[in-house]
Write a protein that binds this ligand. Sequence first.
Ligand SMILES: [Zn+2]
Ligand SMILES: [Zn+2]
Length: 212
Amino acid sequence: MTPVDCFVCAARCEQVPSLPWYDVPVHRVRRGGVTLVGVGAIVPGYLLACPEPHVRSLAALPRSMVDPFLSLVDVAVADLTREFASVLLFEHGGCNAAVHTSACIDHAHLHLWAIAGHVTLTLPRYWQTYPDLRAFLGDPRRAELRSYLLHSDQGGSIMVGPDVRTPQFFRRQVAAQLGHPDAWDYAACPFEQCMRDTRDKLTGAVGHHHAG
Ligand SMILES: [Zn+2]
Ligand SMILES: [Zn+2]
């Protein structure tokens, strides 16, 4: 896939007026990437943090891009925490869209969602736990990961394990624990009002320059 076919690359590169409102970046960090509002926002406070290069997972992020990406995540998490609540991180990592897996988009993205007080994610099996995202991205062995799942826990540790090849695996857990077990599919259940609430609170867009 070339970046021109990728809505994340388009969101980063194209002029804002040509983008649908939900593809207008909420945060931009030079060399770090962008955040976009998460589709399927069962509750508001949901972003995708997307690194600048078109790589298939955070495991494949070039080392030179790690610090800028962490800066993006830091600012987004701080904003979500201030405007909503403490933030849960998860990634359906490295899943090839051509294979039936948990991936939702083939440009690497970390889900950031202000639901850490209400949702506990689990995997059937783990390979490794890291004290935080920086430690995971600092592990040179991450480059060997092809397909994996990653989530944070209540203490902020990052847990990594094998992909279980269930589409939107973590979103199913989130939906069930938020009391909407049938609303896990972001495409079927976008929760547009919560997406707009997320955008408006984080950008201060209420009352001026609505993109749509
Ligand atoms: Zn892309
Ligand atoms: Zn995803």
